[in-house]
Design a protein around this ligand. Structure first.
Ligand code: C5P
Length: 230
């Protein structure tokens, strides 16, 4: 497997374990890192994580935890027992919650912070009582995360440069909203190609539909890897 392929995390945005394992099988030899999000985890529970890990693949568990510090810490501890590689929490849970999560995470796993969801626009952020620009709020939450020990962020491609400038190499950047030139943007509004995102400083690319919604996912994955290696 090439180094480039290791930077790609395929989002298993499917409803069942069977579909998820079928995708993993189809991508065998190309992709070895998969994101399990709320849909699949809610449908199949921790068993899906164990099943994906049993194939030898790495797991990014994207649960975006946000609760009182004690509850989040207990959930992070449980996730640690699943031997996953990455987990997300919402940084808007505040300092005490972030610290509680960081204090119990296993050493070899990346605890990633979510700042402001990309679905939130200026109007939506006003509605929840934040008078600042989204960009400023993203940076404020990111600083809170780094000050309290977060390992990195899930960030839109267009935030990569700012976050790298601010925090340098001490953080990992995991970037969704990736679209090769030959795939449709769908509901993603601000997209970047895999090459552009890596050049801008992404450590990992999260790719869903450009691979999983194709009739031949492995061909799409190979094409993306070839384009990155070219
Ligand atoms: O299909 P697509 O490539 O758009 O999938 C992107 C994945 O990344 C989805 O699982 C989506 O939930 C997730 N994601 C995102 N934008 C964010 C955070 C997560 O698209 N800001």
């Amino acid at each position: 497997m090439t180094k480039t392929a290791d930077k790609i995390i395929v989002a298993l945005d499917v409803a069942t374990k069977e579909k998820a394992l079928d995708l993993i099988e189809q991508l065998h030899g190309q992709i070895s890192f998969f994101k399990i999000g709320l849909q699949l985890y809610t449908a199949e529970g921790p068993e899906i994580v164990r099943a994906v890990r049993a194939t030898g693949a790495n797991v990014f568990l994207d649960l975006k935890l946000h609760d009182i510090p004690n509850t989040v810490a207990l959930a992070v501890e449980s996730a640690g027992h699943l031997e996953i590689q990455m987990l997300t929490i919402h940084l808007s849970g505040g300092e005490a919650m972030i610290r509680a999560a960081v204090s119990v995470k296993p050493r070899d796993f990346l605890l990633l912070g979510v700042t402001v969801l990309t679905s939130v626009d200026e109007q939506a952020i006003r509605q929840i009582g934040i008078p600042d620009k989204i960009g400023n709020h993203v940076l404020r939450l990111a600083k809170l995360g780094v000050e309290n020990g977060i390992d990195g962020f899930v960030a839109s491609a267009h935030e990569i440069k700012t976050l790298r400038r601010e925090f340098g190499d001490k953080i990992k950047l995991v970037v969704p909203g990736i679209r090769p030139s030959w795939s449709e943007a769908g509901d993603q509004k601000r997209v970047m190609s895999p090459r552009e995102a890596l050049d801008a400083g992404a450590d990992y690319l999260v790719i869903g539909r450009p691979i999983i919604a194709r009739s031949r996912p492995s061909e799409a994955a190979i094409k993306i890897i070839q384009e990155l290696d070219a």
